[in-house]
Structure formats: structure tokens, C-alpha cells
Write a protein that binds this ligand. Structure first.
Ligand SMILES: O=C(O)[C@@H](O)C(=O)COP(=O)(O)O
Ligand code: ZN
Length: 213
């Protein structure tokens, strides 16, 4: 019988491989963390999400200090800022998935919400997605920007970089990251077409009925 931590290590490896194999992230880009009762696990820096090993995942204490495994992702400040802003968050997923990253590079996207409510599922799973100004990858400069937005939004786009999604479980964060990517694709596919978004009443109804906190 696996302990909770062993099970989570196994799940991080499994979901990371799945995301990598389906092209949601390439090379050594992207990182994933989960919150434990007494700290955190994260993917190691410069690791390929397709080839992780459970025992080499980075182990952090409850303050985010590295206490075991390989050196953690350099985006730890970003992950920790999400956990601080969202006490219910149990996992954070950062990807360089193509369509969400493309949206993060557009100069005319709404910085308060890059993801228009074009389908119900994105409202249910993701909600509003602000675009944060560009900061250098791994820099703590991102921390105040996350603190400002993450209590109201479970997902953001890092400007000219890519999506970050928090969830109340690892599976939930992965599902939301996948839905964000697919919706970014639909938005870009329909960019020159007259799109009919869901109206405000429909969005409010979905938020009340389904939004995962
Ligand atoms: O874009 C970057 O450099 C990071 O945000 C990233 O995706 C991979 O960094 P590590 O997790 O430190 O490998
Ligand atoms: Zn990145």
C-alpha cells in the first residue's frame, strides 16, 4: 500500500508523461508542483516532463525550502505565490502549450481575461484568465503579480511565456490546463470570424453551478 506522498509522486510522473507525450510541453519546458500536508513536491529544474522518476522529484518543506531529491524548478517562487494566494490549491501546472502561449504573446488580447467565454466547459473549469506582464523566467518579480491576480483567478498567462493553472487536485489542475489550451486553440482558430460568446447571464449561471474553487 503506497503512502499519500508515494501516490502523489507516482501521479506527478504519470500526468507529466501524459502531457509531454500529447505535446502540451516540449524539451525541458514546464513544471508541476503539488501541496502535501507537510510541504510540497515539484518537478526538478531542467527535467523533461516525459522522463521523470518518482524518487528524484524535489521535496520541499512547508516554507518551500529544498530538503530532498533533485534541485527544484526555478519557478518555485511562482508556484509558492499561487499556494499563498489560493489556500485551497493542491497543485500548480505550468506549460508552454502552443496555443495558450501564442495568446500570451498577442498585443491586443484583453489583459484582464484572455479567454473569452466561448464554450461552457472553459467557464466551468478555468474561468477568467488574466495576462501578466513579462518577467524573466524564474525571477521573483512574478510574485507580486501572482499575489494580485491569483486570489480571483485559478489560471493566468505569463506574458510572452505560457499558462499557469492551479487546481484543488493534481488531476483538476491538469484538466484545467488542457481545457485552457484547447480553448486558446478555438479562440485563435475563430479569431477572424464573428464569434458569439456566451452571454453574461449564462456565464454567471455556470460560475454559480460548476466553478471549482
Ligand atoms: O520557461 C522557463 O524557463 C521555465 O518557466 C520552465 O518552463 C522550465 O523551468 P524549470 O522547471 O526550472 O526547468
Ligand atoms: Zn516556462
Amino acid at each position: 500500500m503506497k503512502s499519500d506522498e508515494e501516490q502523489l509522486r507516482h501521479n506527478i510522473v504519470r500526468w507529466s508523461r501524459s502531457l509531454f507525450e500529447r505535446g502540451f510541453t516540449v524539451g525541458s519546458s514546464g513544471n508541476i508542483s503539488v501541496r502535501l500536508d507537510d510541504g510540497f513536491l515539484s518537478t526538478p529544474t531542467n527535467s523533461c516532463l516525459g522522463f521523470l522518476e518518482p524518487e528524484r522529484l524535489s521535496r520541499l518543506d512547508s516554507q518551500g525550502q529544498h530538503i530532498g531529491g533533485d534541485a527544484p524548478t526555478k519557478e518555485l517562487p511562482l508556484h509558492m505565490a499561487f499556494y499563498e494566494a489560493r489556500p485551497t490549491a493542491r497543485a500548480v501546472v505550468h506549460l508552454h502549450s502552443s496555443y495558450a502561449t501564442a495568446l500570451s504573446c498577442l498585443s491586443d488580447v484583453d489583459p484582464d481575461n484572455a479567454i473569452a467565454p466561448i464554450t461552457p466547459y472553459v467557464v466551468m473549469r478555468v474561468g477568467r484568465v488574466p495576462v501578466l506582464k513579462y518577467t524573466k523566467p524564474g525571477s521573483a518579480d512574478i510574485v507580486p503579480l501572482i499575489r494580485q491576480k491569483a486570489s480571483h483567478s485559478s489560471a493566468v498567462l505569463l506574458g510572452n511565456h505560457g499558462p499557469v493553472v492551479a487546481g484543488t487536485s493534481l488531476e483538476g489542475a491538469v484538466f484545467a490546463a488542457e481545457e485552457l489550451e484547447e480553448t486558446a486553440k478555438l479562440i485563435l482558430l475563430t479569431r477572424t470570424m464573428p464569434v458569439r460568446n456566451l452571454d453574461a447571464a449564462a456565464v454567471a449561471d455556470l460560475e454559480t453551478s460548476f466553478r471549482l474553487r
